[in-house]
Design a protein around this ligand. Structure first.
Ligand code: ADP
Ligand code: MG
Ligand code: ZN
Length: 506
C-alpha cells in the first residue's frame, strides 16, 4: 500500500492519474493508515483521491441464504442417495435385511470341535440341526419341529461361537443377523427388515436364522413410561413375533437367538412355546470345561513338547470365574508375553503372568509402593489368606498378589468360588470373618487402622445387611425378606418398612 501510494502520489499518479484499486478489510483502519501516511509524506493537497466501492453485494445476499441452501442441498443429497437405489441400498434397498447368508459355498470355518465344554447347549443346538437334516424322523411320530431356541448366558461364554459352529456344520443355509441391524433412523424400516429376512428364509427353506444380541429389539414392550416408549422397536418386535408364529409360518425355518440379559428382560411373548420354545442356558465354564477350552485355545500356541495338557490343567485351576473369552485372552496374552522376552516357546510362567494380567490389568511399574506400604499390604493380604485357610466354610484361596495393577490398586486375593448355589449362615459368617481378616492382621502387626480396608468393610456391611433384609437369618425378623431399595437413579430411595423396623434391621 505504502509503495503504491508513494509511486502513484509522487510520480505516476501525477502523470496519468490512473485510479488505484485495493481490496481492504476494515475501512476504519485503512483510513487511519492513509491519514498517517499522508501526514508523514507531507503531500499537502496533492493526494490521489480515494473512492470506495462496495462489491460484497451479491456475496452477502448469497451468504444470508446460505443456511437455507445448505439444508436444501443436504436433503437433495439424502434423497438422491435414497433414490439411488438398486442393490446398494437407497429408499428401496433400506428395507432389505442386513442378514448374512452362509451356504455350502461360503461356510464359516468354525466347527463344533472349536467349541469346548457347553456339552448340553451343544447337544440341544445339534438337535436342531438334525431336525432340519432329517425331519421325517420326527414328523413321522407326529412331533412338530421346534421353532427356535434362545441362548442365554453371561458375555463371553461362547454363544455367538456356538451359532457360528452351527453355521459351519449344518448342511442348510444359515442367516446371521444382529438385533441392532433391524433398527435404522427411518420409521418402519425395522418391521420391513424382519419381513424381508423371513421371506428370504422361506424361499431358502429348510434353513436356520440366527439373531445375535436379540435384546436390542426383544426388551419387554410397553415400558416406555413418560417418554412414550419406543414404538419403532416395539413394532419390530411385533413383526418378529408374527413371523415366528403367525399365519404363514413354515415349520422348517428354525430361529436361534442369543442374548446376555436374563429371561426377565425379554418380552414374555418371545419366550412362549411356539416361538423360542427352548431356552438354552450357557453358564460360565466349570473347571473341566475350562480345561477343555484351554485345550482349544492352546492348540495354536507353541509350547514345550507335551506340556499342553499339564498347562491346561494347571491354568484351569487358577482361573475360576473366567469365561471362554477370558480364557482365549489368557492364551493370547501368554504368547505375547513370551514373544516379548524373545522366547522360543511359551511356558507356564508366561500364562500365569497372563492370568494376573487378565484379572488385575496391566502391572503398574511406575506406581511404586513405599517399602512400609508394601509391608502393610502384604500383611493385609496375608491376613485374608490365613483366615480363609483356617475357616471351615470359606472359599479356598487360589492366589494372593501384592503387585499394584490397573484395577487392583494395592493387590488382590483370588478365591475359588464354589459351584454351590445355596449358601448357609455359616458360610456367610465365615466370609465376613475372612473379609475382616485383612484389617485384623494390620491391627495385630502394626497396631493401626488404615484406609486400605475400605472395600472389605463395604462388602462386610452389605453382607451383614443382606442376612437380615434378604435372607431372613435374624432372630428378630425371622423369615422376612424385604425388597431391594429403589434404585437411586430414580432420585429417591424407597424403603418398604417402617422406621421402627429399620431400627431393628440396623
Ligand atoms: P458371547 O457368548 O458373548 O457371544 P462369544 O461366542 O463371542 O461370546 O465368545 C468370544 C470368544 O471366546 C470366542 O470367539 C472364543 O474364542 C472364546 N470362547 C468362548 N467360549 C468358548 C468355548 N466354549 N470354547 C472355545 N472358545 C470359547
Ligand atoms: Mg455374542
Ligand atoms: Zn482386604
Amino acid at each position: 500500500l505504502q509503495e503504491t501510494l508513494v509511486q502513484e502520489g509522487l510520480g505516476g499518479a501525477k502523470q496519468n492519474r490512473e485510479p488505484v484499486f485495493f481490496t481492504i478489510g476494515s475501512i476504519d483502519s485503512f483510513e487511519r493508515k492513509l491519514q498517517t501516511l499522508r501526514d508523514s509524506l507531507d503531500l499537502g493537497d496533492d493526494v490521489p483521491p480515494v473512492t470506495y466501492t462496495r462489491e460484497g453485494g451479491f456475496f452477502s445476499i448469497f451468504m444470508s441464504f446460505a443456511p437455507t441452501l445448505l439444508l436444501i442441498g443436504f436433503f437433495a443429497l439424502v434423497m438422491r442417495n435414497a433414490a439411488g437405489g438398486g442393490a446398494s441400498g437407497g429408499i428401496f434397498g433400506i428395507t432389505n435385511s442386513r442378514a448374512k447368508k452362509y451356504t455350502e459355498l461360503n461356510r464359516v470355518k468354525i466347527t463344533f470341535k472349536d467349541v469346548a465344554g457347553m456339552a448340553e447347549a451343544k447337544q440341544e443346538v445339534m438337535e436342531f440341526v438334525s431336525f432340519l437334516r432329517n425331519p421325517s424322523r420326527f414328523t413321522d411320530l407326529g412331533a412338530k419341529i421346534p421353532k427356535g431356541a434362545i441362548l442365554l448366558g453371561p458375555p463371553g461364554t461362547g454363544k455367538t461361537l456356538l451359532a457360528k459352529a452351527v453355521a459351519g456344520e449344518c448342511k442348510v443355509p444359515f442367516y446371521s443377523i444382529s438385533g441392532s441391524d433391524f433398527m435404522e433412523m427411518f420409521v418402519g424400516v425395522g418391521p420391513a427388515r424382519v419381513r424381508d429376512l423371513f421371506s428370504k428364509a422361506r424361499e431358502n427353506r429348510p434353513c436356520i436364522v440366527y439373531i445375535d444380541e436379540i435384546d436390542a429389539i426383544g426388551k419387554p414392550r410397553g415400558k416406555g413410561g413418560f417418554f412414550g416408549g419406543n414404538d419403532e422397536r416395539e413394532n419390530t418386535l411385533n413383526q418378529l413375533l408374527i413371523e415366528l408364529d403367525g399365519f404363514n409360518v413354515l415349520s422348517d425355518v428354525v430361529v436361534l437367538a442369543s442374548t446376555n440379559v436374563g429371561v426377565d428382560n425379554l418380552d414374555k411373548a418371545l419366550m412362549r412355546p411356539g416361538r423360542f420354545d427352548r431356552q438354552i442356558m450357557v453358564d460360565l465354564p466349570n473347571i473341566q470345561e475350562r480345561e477343555e477350552i484351554f485345550h482349544v485355545h492352546l492348540r495354536p500356541v507353541k509350547m514345550a513338547h507335551d506340556s499342553a495338557s499339564f498347562i491346561a490343567k494347571k491354568l484351569a485351576q487358577q482361573t475360576p470365574g473366567f469365561s471362554g473369552a477370558d480364557i482365549a485372552n489368557v492364551c493370547n496374552e501368554g504368547a505375547l508375553i513370551a514373544a516379548r522376552r524373545d522366547a522360543k516357546e511359551v511356558t507356564l510362567v508366561d500364562f500365569e503372568a497372563a492370568v494376573d494380567r487378565v484379572i488385575g490389568g496391566l502391572e503398574k511399574k511406575t506406581r511404586v509402593l513405599r517399602p512400609e506400604e508394601k509391608r502393610v499390604v502384604a500383611f493385609h493380604e496375608a491376613g485374608h489368606a490365613i483366615t480363609s485357610w483356617f475357616l471351615q466354610h470359606c472359599h479356598p484361596l487360589v492366589k494372593v498378589s501384592i503387585i499394584p495393577r490397573g484395577s487392583a490398586a494395592l493387590g488382590y486375593a483370588q478365591y475359588l468360588p464354589s459351584e454351590k448355589k445355596i449358601r448357609t449362615v455359616d458360610e456367610l459368617m465365615d466370609t465376613i470373618c475372612m473379609a475382616l481378616g485383612g484389617r485384623a492382621a494390620e491391627r495385630l502387626t502394626f497396631n493401626h487402622l488404615s484406609t486400605g480396608a475400605q472395600d472389605d468393610l463395604q462388602r462386610v456391611t452389605r453382607m451383614a445387611y443382606a442376612q437380615v433384609t434378604k435372607y431372613g437369618f435374624s432372630e428378630k425378623l425371622l423369615n422376612l425378606a424385604f425388597p431391594e431399595q429403589g434404585n437411586s437413579s430414580e432420585g429417591l430411595t424407597r424403603r418398604l418398612y417402617s422406621d421402627s423396623t429399620a431400627l431393628v434391621v440396623d
